[in-house]
Design a protein. Structure first.
Length: 187
């Protein structure tokens, strides 16, 4: 796809002022205004790399991988709660024991899937071109509260998730055994 003259000019400007923008964004992050730094990166990214094929392919892949990891973590946390709930019973029926075994097997499988998804995420990260989008994703990972952005809360509510209900599950960690325990409902 051929760039228009306006697009070429925007890209040239974004590349020329990138060192200054990086310093501004670092300052914003250091002073606790990382959301503003993210918005600046997004704008710069649209100008600078909007027509870069590698970046266009990498960003959605990274986001899909993050979502897959969240799905696994949420399912794992749910199964752990169910196992603990059933395990607290004084007398376990054969059905309870069978269900516990099935859940334990699924938890083992989920642990393997998460390991693979984390490795895939790392490989995607390594292949992602250095760009405002890449730096934005790095910042996102430093701040667990990033997922409470308005657009993500609206998306969660629109899919019938907790942001559209009073339970407020999305504001709490999904569990205690994983670092990436925060996220919106993936159901």
């Amino acid at each position: 796809m051929e760039l228009t003259l306006t697009q070429k000019l925007k890209r040239w400007i974004a590349l020329k002022i990138e060192p200054s923008l990086i310093r501004v964004k670092m300052y914003l992050e250091q002073t606790g205004r990382w959301n503003k730094a993210q918005r600046l990166r997004c704008c710069q990214g649209r100008w600078q790399v909007a027509h870069d094929k590698k970046t266009k392919e990498a960003v959605p892949s990274m986001l899909e991988n993050d979502m897959r990891q969240q799905e696994i973590i949420q399912r794992e946390a749910f199964l752990l709660e169910e196992c603990q709930r059933v395990d607290r019973r004084v007398l376990l029926t054969k059905d309870d024991q069978k269900q516990l075994e099935e859940w334990q097997k699924e938890r083992y499988t989920l642990n393997q899937e998460l390991w693979r998804a984390e490795r895939e995420g790392y490989m995607l990260w390594q292949r992602m071109p250095k760009s405002p989008y890449q730096r934005g994703m790095a910042t996102k990972r430093k701040h667990p509260e990033w997922y409470m952005m308005k657009s993500l809360r609206l998306d969660c509510a629109g899919r019938g998730g907790c942001c559209g209900r009073d339970c407020r599950c999305c504001e709490r960690p999904r569990g205690t055994i994983r670092l990436k325990a925060f996220g919106h409902c993936t159901a």
